[in-house]
Write a protein that binds this ligand. Sequence first.
Ligand code: AMP
Length: 297
Amino acid sequence: MRSFQQIPELRTHLNALREEQLVIGFVPTMGALHDGHIALIRRAVTECDRTVVSIFVNPIQFGPGEDFDRYPRDLAQDSRICQEEGVDALFVPAVGEMFPSADGDGPAESPTRVHVPALEDILEGAARPGHLSGVTTICAKLFNIVQPRRAYFGQKDYQQLIAIQRMVADLCMPITVVPVATVREPDGLALSSRNVYLSPEERPRAVALSAALKEGERLYAAGERNADTLREAVRDVLVRAGLSAIEYIEVADPRTMVRLNHIDDDAVLLAAVRIGALRLIDNVLLGITLNQHLRRL
Ligand code: AMP
């Protein structure tokens, strides 16, 4: 595995691979890799000739007062994991490499931004202003640098996945976006680099988020199609478990994320809660699998 900090060197390496007609797969991450990231990497390594992983804690997707400075970072361990998983190239740019304006301690900024307006002011977009365009902008930049044939994203960050799929389709980027199912702890908690922030007291309570969504799944399987009823059932489980700092519980169209009152066909059930200093997000698909989702988008 080769490691790159500079864009031109990575480009030279990848151009040579493309000349050999090799299919490049790409897994963008913010590091502190866990089994969720590893599932994406394994899928890419299986499906592509060469896999590129980027590790970049992207300042423009963090809001003021969010955890950019204390986001977990462990490059030595991440490199070991990538090496073991058969990654071809690790891209670890400094902030100034991705945002030259940040050289000399200026704030990181991108004078050009990519927006997906329909998704930016709802759910995660409403809770974290600027976050979603920070994600789409950095992914557009990384896609232009790496020029992958396939790029892998987790279902865990569902709205991000949909925004990236929208961006790739609308801007005619020649990339297949591959969604990968959420990897969970044995008790159901979705893996996240930020889970290390959970205190021993908070950790058992955190499981209620996935349990609440499971209750929604159970009701849907039993025939419930009223979105209010599903939202209320999820809320009940959360409140009973002491997770009452609820940011949103939503039932939405799984392709557009438009809010649904009634589920005619399929849906995505999403929730975000606060627990201590941490925000947890999670989601489940109702009446549609991730593979069908990929085909029907
Ligand atoms: P991050 O490093 O948090 O920006 O995540 C990088 C990629 O890994 C994104 O596509 C995430 O959706 C994905 N990811 C994060 N956690 C999980 C998980 N528990 N299961 C599957 N994919 C995940």
